[in-house]
Design a protein around this ligand. Structure first.
Ligand code: PRP
Ligand code: MN
Ligand code: MG
Length: 187
């Protein structure tokens, strides 16, 4: 079965994603323009890898890019509730303004974990740029640090979505769009 045939329905096309990511990058470029030191943009691997790449290319400021690896879903569709940082950032966060880049905020557990981790490392502010936000499922309330801002690409309906970095059992991350898997593939 070809890759596209695994998808029941497309929620956001490659073109729609590109337009929205440009808008987010423009807003970030405006909001952080006057900041004296380069902003540290931290992508949450693995899911945020495509969003991070597209967003970073469109931010018209000198930024530092780094990655943190956090996992909570394993190979299933339900959050374990306790995300684990399996690989930390490389750059020094102390005294820096940080933007955490996430592919999706579902329960919010991962974001809570990353934000408090950045705060404990001495970030001056922590903002979040989430490609998708699924308010229907949010349990963990997260608080931004300092003058941190929240950026959201799209509000996601309550489906298990794949593509544009997001996986099911490590598959489908390479889809250039976001869609819903055919139910027979994950049930
Ligand atoms: C997924 C997704 C987010 C997180 C969101 O990561 O990429 O990071 O879950 O869920 P939450 O708000 O309920 O915590 P996952 O743990 O599947 O790891 P991955 O990025 O390597 O796929
Ligand atoms: Mn993730
Ligand atoms: Mg995953």
């Amino acid at each position: 079965m070809a890759l596209d045939d695994h998808i029941e329905r497309i929620l956001w096309t490659e073109n729609e994603i590109s337009i929205r990511v440009s808008e987010l990058a423009s807003q970030i470029s405006i909001d952080f323009k006057e900041f004296p030191s380069p902003v540290v943009v931290v992508g949450v691997a693995t899911g945020a890898f495509l969003f991070l790449a597209d967003l970073a290319k469109k931010i018209k400021l000198p930024i530092v890019v780094d990655l943190i690896r956090v996992e909570s879903y394993g190979s299933g569709t339900e959050s374990s509730g306790s995300p684990k940082i399996s690989s930390d950032v490389k750059v020094d966060i102390r005294g820096k303004h940080v933007i955490v880049v996430e592919d999706i905020v579902d329960t919010g557990n991962t974001l809570c974990c990353v934000i408090s981790h950045m705060q404990s490392k001495g970030a001056l502010s922590v903002s979040v740029c989430a490609f998708l936000d699924k308010p229907a499922r949010q349990k963990s309330h997260f608080e931004l640090v300092g003058e941190g801002k929240f950026y959201r690409g799209f509000e996601c309906p309550d489906y298990f979505v794949v593509g544009y970095g997001m996986d099911f059992a490590e598959l489908y991350r390479n889809l250039p769009y976001v869609g819903i898997l055919k139910p027979e593939l994950y049930q």
